[in-house]
Write a protein that binds this ligand. Sequence first.
Ligand code: G3P
Ligand code: MG
Length: 391
Amino acid sequence: MHQRSVQTILRNRLRRLQSRQNASVEDFPRSSLVIRRLKSTSSPADAPVAPGFIFDIDGVLKIGEKVLPQGHKALQILSGDNKLSRRFPFILVTNGGGISEEERCYKLSRELGIELSVDQLIQSHTVFREQAKNFGDKPILIVGGTGHSCREVARSYGFKKVYTPHDLLAWRQELWPFKSLTENDEKSVQRVDFSQVPFSAIFVFHDSRDWGFDTQIMLDVLMSPDGTVTTWRDPEAEWTQQVPVFFSNPDLLWGNDWPEPRLGQGAFQEAFRAVWRRTSGRELEATTGGKPTKLTYQHAERLLLAQANHPDILPPGGRQVQKLGPTFMIGDNPFSDIAGANAYGLSSILVRTGVFRGKDNHAEHPATTVQPDVLAAVRWALKKELGEDIV
Ligand code: G3P
Ligand code: MG
């Protein structure tokens, strides 16, 4: 597709996303539903509520850049390609991010061959949108991701004064003399006198691309009594941390196409906590989003419920439901996907295509069942709920 038309589609989708803070049945446009092409089957009005599915992405639907054929098939089955021509609500919940929900949806739709709506996707930083109420008009430091894409994401959430470590380096090279801005960085940095900018919060949107540099700048902001980087507290004196810190996910490890798991944002958090402890003599106070936190699972429940109540999914004459039917979280990471699902009272299915490769169930966070891959997981869940294999 021509580059310009892709950008136009993304821009239009972004506008729709920005106008939608919380999904409800009304907010869920018929045209955005992947299942809209299929006619409802003849489930009676008092039929049990259809099972719903939450999919992790990395290590479940995708391995690195490659889409697993089992993932493609599993989503097709839930979209109506089954013996009953029946559709089932599903959403994708990833601890990844770094781009807008609109852009991720557009990419995933093309990769998976399924038209996804933004109301079917939660990224790790999606829950940061709520914080625009508190910090929308105040300066914030955002960390992580490639280039300046997270600044755009933060702005789309309603944060108006968004700065990155690169902006600070453009102001004073001495802040981190080991790094030079690239030509591209030079074009997109904000040129500001940071002695006059009291940061009100730090948001780690995505994986740090330069741990040392990001650690230094976060430390500068946190050690300041008023959030400006030109002042530095005495660690020996009495004080408490003024600037709140938000991490978008706690994943120590994640799975891609390398045979062993890779370090994630949780590893950066561990490293930063250790540096902070040694420098300030205090424990870092921080809030972490993404899986396994309740905040992310609550949001997932809202989106799934809105989908379950949409006319295209409700059986003919079916009643609106206030509560979800049986819900299955399919993930590869026991510490995020499975721990979160178990704590939230969902059924959990651990697959062996990503972080987890164990023979038996995970000892600390055992899933309801362990299956070889996402297709086996969906078939297992459907058979359990419907009593027959509908594939
Ligand atoms: O934490 C890294 C992230 O890419 C993991 O993504 O989809 O497995 O939650 P996911
Ligand atoms: Mg995963």
